[in-house]
Design a protein around this ligand. Structure first.
Ligand code: NA7
Length: 541
């Protein structure tokens, strides 16, 4: 321990840039900034690299992106040396990949692990940041770059009696590293978002009994994950450069894009046949490599929603259970669409019970289970798959103060305000990788991250070449960007629904559509145009 303290204090206290986080974004940023010759410090609250994938170790945790693009695109060597085993990468393999990349690029030595940044304050005198860690160290930097993730601030619901439960209790986003043994246990799962939907089939196969507490039935599409054959791997490795470049310009950074046609313009039988073919392929392509009106026209959305409802009816044997599982009252994919591996099939198991909380709400959690208005379920374990304070949560949990000591979370008290989703007025020299108002969670995260890291690096270089030391967006540019983000969202079905995209899952959080929905390729072009016009909308001095 004394050695660790010494190592920490021997690091520089004054650097060009501080990076917070050691997930995909932090690792990429540290690599890029170091290549530019910048001095840096990097902090990570976990004990190792991985970010989201360090914490989300629940059974079934998996990315919904095709593995070959869920990785760093900047290094052809990494691309060729690493081989993904499956179409959709699972948490242990993603974490192993990030470990491998960090090792191969020698990134770990740049990080102070087990070190949460508690506060960061912009200093008007030095035109830089003072970054303070929970251990009390303060580092000064010209730039502050947050790589804190979008879905990293775990959210425990304020259910009465939550802390009275005497059995084991876990949040999916803070899963024990030693693993959890479900054998011989009666397990309650609260929440049927992506995490619950991924975890429930695996828990059900291992536990004696599983009780699923469902508040809102969710749509879900089969992942159809499978091993990648050596032939497929070879093909992918050979064409990866072209695949990457194509992803950079698609709407969600994946190797497929919306077809240039509307479902409502095509004969119904043709649309249903196409949906069936895409359903058999598995993955997000079913929705996001599909017709371009599904998320904007309720009549088109109904076709897709009814398609999935029919599938649920076909899979779930008990008609009452099927009825409870079938989502109604909101458009499909306006709550984040999960991919699953046998989720609906799990409800055909004898050891799985579905509790519809709209019919029988939870009254309280008790010492040995969960009491609903219908009955008390005796349980040995509770799994909270209850989600995250998305996008703004990870930033707001740090005491970030800009000019005039303004607190970021106070500035954002009515919703996040950013320019391009990466900067915010009044907080000079602060860059937020995949911040609110950028495509972030609506796209393949590593593709989003790559674009932000490159853009930030080039922006810093521009400031340097000007002989300047400060860059800050104007309040006008920020207002226009926020209006643009809102206008795009309002043109879709998303704002009609209570979802984490809208901040609706966190009590008191302002109801604002958080990401940019204009498409990843379009966003990339807009950011490049801003740069080409000498960082239009920014003040540089
Ligand atoms: P989500 O998608 O936010 O899902 C959380 C689930 O927990 C959802 O079904 C919620 O129901 C449910 N929930 C939350 N609070 C409660 C209470 N108090 N009682 C009952 N049920 C509750 O989180 P995930 O972790 O699944 O996924 C987050 C993202 O991570 C995912 O979309 C991927 O992008 C990766 P609700 O729908 O609010 O009625």
């Amino acid at each position: 321990m004394a050695g660790a303290q010494q190592a920490q204090s021997s690091r520089p206290q004054e650097v060009d840039v501080v990076v917070i986080g050691a997930g995909f974004a932090g690792l990429h940023a540290v690599h890029r900034f170091r290549e530019m010759g910048l001095s840096l410090r990097a902090f990570e609250q976990g004990s190792g690299v991985g970010g989201t994938w360090y914490w989300n170790r629940y059974p079934g945790a998996s990315s919904d992106s095709e593995s070959w693009v869920y990785s760093f695109a900047f290094s052809p060597e990494l691309e060729q040396e690493w081989t993904w085993s499956k179409r959709f990468p699972e948490q242990p393999e993603i974490l192993a990949y990030l470990e491998f990349a960090a090792q191969r690029l020698d990134l770990k030595r740049e990080f102070d692990f087990d070190t949460r940044v508690s506060a960061a304050r912009f200093d008007e005198n030095t035109l830089g940041w003072q970054v303070t860690t929970e251990h009390g160290e303060t580092v000064r930097s010209r730039y502050l770059v947050t790589a804190v993730g979008c879905l990293s601030a775990a959210q425990l619901p304020a259910i009465p009696g939550r802390d009275d439960f005497t059995g084991e209790a876990y949040h999916t986003g803070q899963w024990p590293h030693a693993g959890v043994d479900f054998g011989g246990k009666r397990v309650g799962v609260i929440g049927t978002g992506s995490s619950g939907i991924q975890a429930i089939p695996i828990i059900a196969a291992a536990a004696t009994e599983v009780v699923v507490f469902q508040r809102t039935p969710n749509f879900s599409v089969p992942a159809r994950n499978h091993a990648l054959s050596p032939k497929r791997v070879a093909e992918l490795k050979q064409n990866i450069r072209e695949i990457r470049e194509a992803c950079r310009w698609t709407s969600i950074g994946q190797p497929y894009d919306l077809r240039d046609q509307a479902a409502l313009d095509r004969p119904r039988e043709e649309v249903l046949a196409q949906m069936e073919a895409d359903w058999q392929k598995g993955g997000f392509e079913w929705m996001f490599g599909s017709y371009n009106d599904l998320l904007v026209d309720p009549r088109a959305n109904d076709i897709a929603a009814d398609f999935v409802r029919d599938k649920i009816r076909g899979i779930v044997k008990d008609p009452e259970t099927a009825r409870r599982l079938i989502p109604t009252g909101y458009p499909i994919a306006t709550k984040r669409l999960p991919l699953d591996q046998g989720y609906f099939e799990t409800f055909n198991r004898d050891n799985v019970t579905l509790v519809d909380l709209r019919e029988t709400p939870i009254e309280r959690i008790v010492a040995d289970g969960v009491r609903t208005s219908g009955k008390t379920f005796e349980l040995d374990m509770l799994v909270f798959a209850t989600g995250f304070d998305a996008l703004t949560g990870p930033l707001n949990r740090i005491e970030i103060r800009g000019r005039n000591d303004q607190l970021l979370r106070e500035k954002w008290s009515e919703g996040p305000r950013t320019y391009l989703g990466v900067t915010t007025a009044g907080f000079p020299n602060l860059f937020m990788i995949t911040g609110p108002g950028s495509p972030s969670v609506l796209g393949n995260m590593p593709t989003s991250i790559e674009q932000h890291v490159d853009w930030i690096a080039e922006c810093m270089d521009f400031v340097r070449r000007q002989g300047s030391s400060l860059i800050e967006p104007s309040a006008d540019a920020e207002s226009q960007w926020c209006a643009h983000v809102k206008e795009l969202a309002d043109g879709t079905l998303f704002p009609q629904v209570d979802s984490w995209y809208m901040g609706a899952n966190v009590p008191g959080k302002p109801r604002v559509f958080l990401p940019y929905i204009g498409g990843f390729g379009t966003y990339r072009q807009l950011c490049s145009d801003v740069a080409a016009r000498d960082y239009e909308g920014f003040e540089v001095r």
